[in-house]
Design a protein around this ligand. Structure first.
Ligand code: ZN
Length: 237
């Protein structure tokens, strides 16, 4: 862990967290609903995607500082780990995307296509750039295969256990597989395993606390992303 890169990651993450707040607010709506374009308090239209407060009543759009601090922490960890390497931009992008998706999934149990689908070309371009800079086309090929493999595995799970894994989870698994595959097959397998482990631990705890039942649907995106983050930090390369 490089302290200078981690400090830079913290600063970039705080700014990036503020930058994604408007998008998270807009997309935190139930599946099928139109994007949220008005203030929850006074119903005034929210004009700018970068606005942190309602222009009319000044109430905060989303929880103040929650996204900023989370993104700051995630980027401090990722830049501390990948800083100075050709793949640092790709992993920084994945970190910011992951925080936005986890926040929306926790709020409304969905992973919007508006974020997951554009993430594919963006991440592939960033990893291609890293492959060219680092002369590592084997890693790029492994990333593409990793994306296919993890999306395929989640598709299979969704077919076997309908209702548990949704379409958004499958699309997120593909993006996550790209990033983890770049780092190697053991990292990809570890990331997915950590995700299921985290979801299992939290699920059992919530059932024990009677917050959910055995048949409740629980969002899976934050666990897959959390598992991937752990694997990225402890994995090889
Ligand atoms: Zn307002």
């Amino acid at each position: 862990m490089n302290a200078v890169w981690a400090a830079a990651g913290l600063v970039v993450g705080l700014l990036a967290g503020a930058a994604i707040r408007g998008t998270v607010f807009r997309l935190s709506v139930p599946s099928g609903d139109p994007e949220r374009v008005t203030c929850l308090q006074c119903s005034a239209p929210t004009r700018s995607r970068l606005a942190l407060r309602c222009g009319q009543c000044r109430s905060s759009l989303g929880t103040p500082l929650a996204l900023e601090l989370t993104t700051g922490l995630v980027l401090a960890l990722l830049l501390g780990r990948f800083g100075g390497q050709p793949d640092v931009v790709a992993f920084g992008f994945f970190g910011v995307l992951g925080v936005a998706l986890a926040a929306i999934d926790i709020a409304v149990q969905r992973l919007p296509d508006r974020l997951t689908l554009p993430a594919y070309p963006i991440l592939i371009v960033l990893l291609t750039g890293a492959a060219i800079a680092g002369h590592d086309f084997a890693a790029l090929l492994r990333a593409l295969l990793g994306g296919l493999a993890l999306a395929g595995a989640f598709l299979l799970l969704a077919l076997l256990r309908p209702g548990q894994i949704g379409g958004g989870d499958i699309k997120l698994a593909g993006v996550t597989g790209l990033a983890l595959g770049w780092l190697g097959w053991p990292t990809l397998i570890a990331g997915a395993a950590f995700g299921f482990l985290l979801a299992g631990i939290v699920g059992v705890a919530l059932i024990a606390a009677r917050r959910i039942t055995l048949h409740s649907a629980m969002c899976f995106g934050p666990f897959l992303l959390g598992g991937a983050l752990v694997a990225m930090l402890v994995g090889g390369r």
